[in-house]
Design a protein around this ligand. Sequence first.
Ligand SMILES: Cc1ncc(COP(=O)(O)O)c(C=O)c1O
Length: 399
Amino acid sequence: MSSDNNNKLSFATRSVHAGYDSADNEGSLNPPIYMTSTFAFDSVEQGAGRFSGEQQGHFYSRISNPTQEILETRLANLEEGEAALATASGMGAITATLWTLVGPGDQILVDETLYGCTFSFMEHGLKKFGVDICYADFTNHAEVQSKLTDKTKVVYFETPVNPNMRVIDIAAISALAKDYSGDIKVIVDNTYCTPALQRPITMGADLVVHSATKYLGGHGDLIAGAVVGDAETIQQIRLFGLKDMTGAVIAPMTVFLILRGIKTLQLRMERHYQNAQAIAEMLEQHPAVDQVFFPGLKNDPWHTVAAKQMDGFGGMIALELKGGHEAAVRTLNKLKLAKLAVSLGDAETLIQHPASMTHSVYTAEERAEHGISEGLVRISAGLEAVEDIIADLEQALAD
Ligand SMILES: Cc1ncc(COP(=O)(O)O)c(C=O)c1O
């Protein structure tokens, strides 16, 4: 649904208010949860008008729902896009979007490293249906330029990249794609940053996808996703990718929880990135650690581009231990406070081993080819007191 015209208010204010006015709902400070599958029409003509799109209004909750509309308006506002579509999962958003935008013979140009299930959808899903998936190192702009072809319909990447924390220059990649053809859609997975830290549409991207399961929800109690962009494309994704191809419909109760989470998004993101910065600085000095990948570190190769496009360096860290894979397993098994779990963006610090968990859908050969090392450890810095997180990591890293 289209975004509110209140962009002059600050981000924190819009996170609390955009898309909802209690005066429209009996003064209820929080939005009503419309638990309904269908919507009754006044007349056959009205029903027909809603189905054809000639009349505004809801008709079936696989397409839209008033509670969902509030979240969509808020997300569009925060990402500075025209419209948004909320979905049942991040994968629901990604698959609904790509099913809508590509067909047999088309090419998707994609960064070499992706979240495991996104890689699997492209490599084992779209490829089977005749879509060409072409990989490039998106930090190498000449390589990206050389791989754009007349068949390229979508340019797709995450930044920072899950799990290896490379940072991709959104403005530069968007400009390369647009210079080649105005018809190419540039899609950025903004899950790691959220609009509190990074707004890709303002840098030239066409669409932003999210796993709202992560920081947007923020409390590890739901699975959801979203796509934000221009109103026409979002409507196409809603009426085909969501309605006909995936049916990945978000539940109204989940919408309510995300709206509640977003009210504290900026506060939480600030604490996440402050904690991550302190943890990364400790790890950088630790004798058991070989390398830390966090763009907030001054000597990180992606520090400059991250400082240009992010308002804070995010809450995610990756690292390699000196003892490689074996040391990683030993260390993770010793954690006491931090939880050994996939997902990210929760109040709890979560630590996982991508090669055996989130990125295990890649074969070992594919991981080597796509820049995911076997010993890599991923940390999602939580909201606990940072000294407690650091003490836990130090005891786990000790011999
Ligand atoms: C960067 C990124 N994108 C997309 C997804 C998929 O989201 P979901 O688990 O909500 O389907 C994830 C999940 O971990 C992710 O980390």
